[in-house]
Design a protein around this ligand. Structure first.
Ligand code: PLP
Length: 367
């Protein structure tokens, strides 16, 4: 099988699995224990934390169960800590459900949420963001790379805009960290990442942050400086540090993205949904009058794994909120498929994809 669904999750790299197994074999003690073995586990945990903080250029790192939990901690943690200062939060319509649904809960608790609209390619207007800012805005939460269509928000520009204000900036970097170069000259206040999108392990992520006082969302033993109770998984922490060390942007992704765009342009019934200046590892296209599931299943028969829009919405029959927000025309919006590259993708995979797509398209059209 040729796996082109790397935005849903990636295959773990052997070195990362080895780091995980080794840490489980040698550092299985509880890092909070006072004995020698606990201390050794704690040393490894703190080494992983320091490495991750350094690579992300952030001061503090809390280990979590993944992107969803990190987004929840960033949003609830900031909102509940700073609600006396204000109850207004800004986001965009195309954010991940772990952000949008957390904000929905806050709305029910009396917070006011501004959801910025986006254009046909999922892009925000910086002016609209500026105009939405108020003296009681405590948080702006935006993703760096959209998981469904690859649109990138201008994170560094927004970080600069918010730098001397009392509004914190949270970035969901799940689809960008380790895949795109990050402009580290202007960092957000809070940054979410998830290990399984960069060939690490599922169930592992971090929330990195600078000068923000967060309120914990879990009650318990007070691990992770009180921010994330529960016995910390040192093997997951070590494996995540390894994943981040090994992650690198692949310049071939841009070439393949352009190559596939050109390929799809030759089909009158296919529309490229992703913006040209989006993330190189994600390409979303839509077929007119054909269901995305039919294409996904046809491609699977050819040995190629792609997905409909996002993994979270791909089992639902509805067009995703992102596809709705960018206004994909009615006769195309059920036919969206997403092709996403990872570290194991090769030039040959792209060649096979094109051949398989030609056959599947002919079959569907009955030509
Ligand atoms: C942009 C984005 N944010 C958050 C998440 C959630 O991450 P996790 O699966 O680690 O909870 C995902 C995963 O699909 C994502 O793509």
């Amino acid at each position: 099988m040729i796996y082109l669904d790397n935005s849903a999750t990636t295959k773990p790299k052997k070195e990362i699995l080895d780091a995980f197994v080794k840490a489980n074999e040698q550092f299985y003690a509880n890092p909070a224990s006072l004995h020698q073995m606990g201390n050794a586990a704690e040393d490894l945990l703190e080494k992983a934390r320091a490495q991750i903080a350094g690579l992300l250029n952030m001061k503090h790192v809390v280990f979590t169960s993944g992107g969803t939990e990190s987004n929840n901690l960033a949003i609830f943690g900031t909102a509940h800590a700073y609600q006396s200062r204000g109850k207004h939060i800004i986001t965009a319509e195309t954010e991940h459900p772990s952000v949008l649904n957390s904000l929905k809960v806050l709305e029910e608790q009396g917070f006011e949420i501004t959801r910025l609209p986006v254009d046909r390619f999922g892009r925000l207007s910086l002016n609209e963001l500026k105009n939405a800012l108020r003296s009681d805005t405590i948080l702006v939460s935006l993703m760096h790379v959209n998981n469904e269509i690859g649109t990138t928000h201008p994170i560094a520009d927004i970080a600069r805009l918010l730098k001397n204000t009392r509004t914190f900036f949270h970035v969901d970097g799940v689809q960008s960290i380790g895949k795109l170069s990050f402009d580290q000259t202007a960092m957000p206040d809070l940054l979410t990442m998830s290990a399984h999108k960069i060939h690490g392990l599922k169930g592992s992520g971090v929330l990195a942050f600078n000068d923000v006082e967060l309120k914990a969302i879990l009650a318990g033993g007070g691990q992770e400086a009180g921010l994330r109770s529960g016995t910390v998984s040192v093997p997951h922490a070590a494996a995540l540090a390894k994943a981040l060390r090994l992650a690198e942007a692949n310049p071939a992704h841009k070439k393949w993205n352009n190559d596939l765009r050109e390929f799809f342009w030759s089909y009158p019934n296919i529309m490229v949904v992703s913006p040209e200046d989006g993330a190189p590892h994600i390409l979303s296209v839509a077929a007119k009058g054909i269901k995305g599931e039919i294409l996904v299943s046809g491609m699977q028969k050819e040995g190629i794994i792609v997905s409909t829009s996002s993994a979270c919405s791909s089992k639902s029959r509805e067009a995703s909120h992102v596809i709705e927000a960018i206004g994909v025309p009615r006769d195309y919006k059920d036919g969206v498929i997403r092709i996403s590259f990872g570290a194991f993708t090769t030039q040959q995979d792209i060649r096979h994809f094109k051949k398989a797509f030609e056959r599947v398209n002919r079959l569907i059209k009955g030509v």
